[in-house]
Design a protein around this ligand. Structure first.
Ligand code: EPZ
Length: 446
């Protein structure tokens, strides 16, 4: 296992270029099952999650090859409809193969994802939507077993207690492309990544309207054709760099982004006192002035993304005053708070929120990552802290950020990766458990 060693007290300065969006690439890869043809996806980030989705597609019989930043996927020979637990437990987005498999083959057996460090993550809305299209679904021994002779269009409400469902909308929208008749998804997720999937499907011959809104309409077609698609920029990666620049009081330019998809993050940073200038594909950040404490709530799009909540918490720990962070999407997504406390942050849980008494100096130390975005928050705190930090279990980070240390060092940071001898297999088994009691080999990923 690797760790990141971060020298604190740096000020990020310079230019950084973001990759394609992980959360668009993954459902688009899964939807390629529907096409039974040649799919080229450009600007696919080189991430562990993309490798996992590639392995899953290959386990079903697809051919997946990477050349430069593109993936070529041929799903003509997909013969299996079984998504095994061993792969699904590594990445919840594996559930996105459920809809395409049912739509193309009329059957599927997909493992339930299992536990997750960012909170309760059911898939009941996925199943509700697919059942509305006519699929017979049952849970057997930890697997969703689905059968459907012919999917038929339906009018389905996909809202839940945490708002809309991103991958649930992806699953139902994709399956509805081959259903007979018209489907209306109400309370659909309007995230840009869902809209990007819809554009991919339309370019392959689907008939989807309402993308980017909470009401999406799909008119079923006979089949889809080969397609080439370029994935949208990763707004969460871009937000992570913007927040890191603010936490280190730096000045950076973030390139190849779509600021229009990041309005809530930009407005939150401006409320904190960060100077931000945007063009059509770049965001200039300057945090040289005084910063202010704020109250933030993570919400479904277009609200502040829950995937930036941890990063904002790390920033607010460096800002004098009382800030409050609430996550309306994943109310328990605060595993990073206790690690920030170990770095000297004054953070306490108050019901569904966390109260931060910011402005004290953070000090570098050894901390443990618990999930993808918590890892990013710990990197941000370590960059701003006094002294050196060691961030362990960074396999979480590698799932969603490509070459993060190179990009940060290109902005003047001093971050390097090295083996974490403390978590080598030589340690007694009882010392190899993670912070919530899972053994190394059984850690579930978000
Ligand atoms: C997607 O997860 C993202 N992952 C997550 O990003 C992101 O945090 C999340 O959307 C919210 O934006 C991918 O796109 C691969 P949801 P997803 O279904 O689809 C509840 C990252 O860091 N819900 O939109 O699994 C759920 O409990 C990852 O990149 C139900 O109640 O999230 C939550 O409260 C982490 N029933 C809310 O809806 C369901 O059937 C939103 O969940 C499904 C969800």
């Amino acid at each position: 296992m690797d760790m990141l060693v971060v020298q604190g007290g740096c000020t990020l300065r310079g230019d950084v270029y973001v990759d394609g969006a992980k959360n668009a690439a993954l459902p688009i890869m899964a939807a390629s099952i529907l096409l039974a043809g040649d799919v080229r996806i450009k600007r696919v980030p080189d991430l562990v999650d993309v490798q996992t989705m590639s392995l899953l597609l290959q386990s079903l019989g697809a051919k997946v090859t990477r050349s430069e930043g593109s993936l070529d996927i041929d799903t003509r020979d997909v013969a299996s409809q079984h998504a095994d637990y061993e792969l699904v437990r590594r990445m919840r987005a594996s559930v996105c193969v459920l809809g395409p498999l049912i739509a193309r083959f009329g059957r599927a057996s997909v493992s339930l994802p299992g536990g997750c460090n960012i909170g309760h993550r059911p898939i009941d809305l996925h199943l509700k939507g697919l059942a509305a299209l006519g699929a017979d679904l049952r849970i057997e021994r930890g697997y969703v077993i689905a059968e459907a002779s012919q999917l038929r269009g339906a009018d389905v409400f996909l809202g839940g207690p945490g708002g809309s469902t991103v991958t649930g909308t992806c699953n139902v929208m994709t399956a509805a492309c081959l259903a007979k008749g018209r489907t209306i998804i109400r309370a659909a997720a309007s995230e840009p990544e869902v809209a990007d999937l819809g554009r991919f499907l339309n370019d392959a011959g689907a008939r989807i309207s309402g993308l980017g809104t909470s009401t999406v309409e799909i008119t079923g077609v006979e089949g889809l054709t080969s397609v080439t698609h370029t994935v949208i920029p990763d707004r969460i990666e871009a937000a992570t760099f913007a927040i890191a620049a603010a936490a280190t009081r730096g000045e950076i330019s973030i390139h190849d982004v779509r600021p229009g998809q990041m309005t809530s993050v930009i407005e939150a940073l401006r409320a904190i006192g960060v100077a931000i200038h945007v063009t059509d594909d770049r965001i200039d950040i300057s945090a040289s002035g005084p910063l202010r404490s704020v109250e933030l709530a993570a919400l479904p799009f277009p609200g502040i993304p829950t995937d930036t909540q941890a990063q904002f918490m790390a920033l607010l720990a460096t800002v004098a005053g009382i800030s409050v962070v609430t996550d309306r999407v994943f109310p328990d997504r605060f595993m990073h708070a206790s690690e920030l406390v170990r770095m000297g942050a004054a953070v306490r849980r108050e019901g569904a929120s966390v109260v931060i008494d910011g402005g004290g100096r953070l000090t570098g130390t050894s901390v443990m990552a618990s999930d993808l975005r918590a890892s990013a928050a710990l990197v941000i705190a370590a960059l701003a802290a006094d002294g050196e930090s060691q961030i362990r279990r960074i396999y979480h980070l590698d799932r969603g950020y490509a070459r993060l240390e190179q990009k940060l060092n290109g902005l003047g940071a001093d971050v390097f990766r090295r083996p974490d001898v403390a978590t080598s297999t030589k340690r007694p088994h009882y010392l190899q458990e993670d912070s919530i009691g899972n053994k190394e080999s059984e850690v579930h990923l978000d």
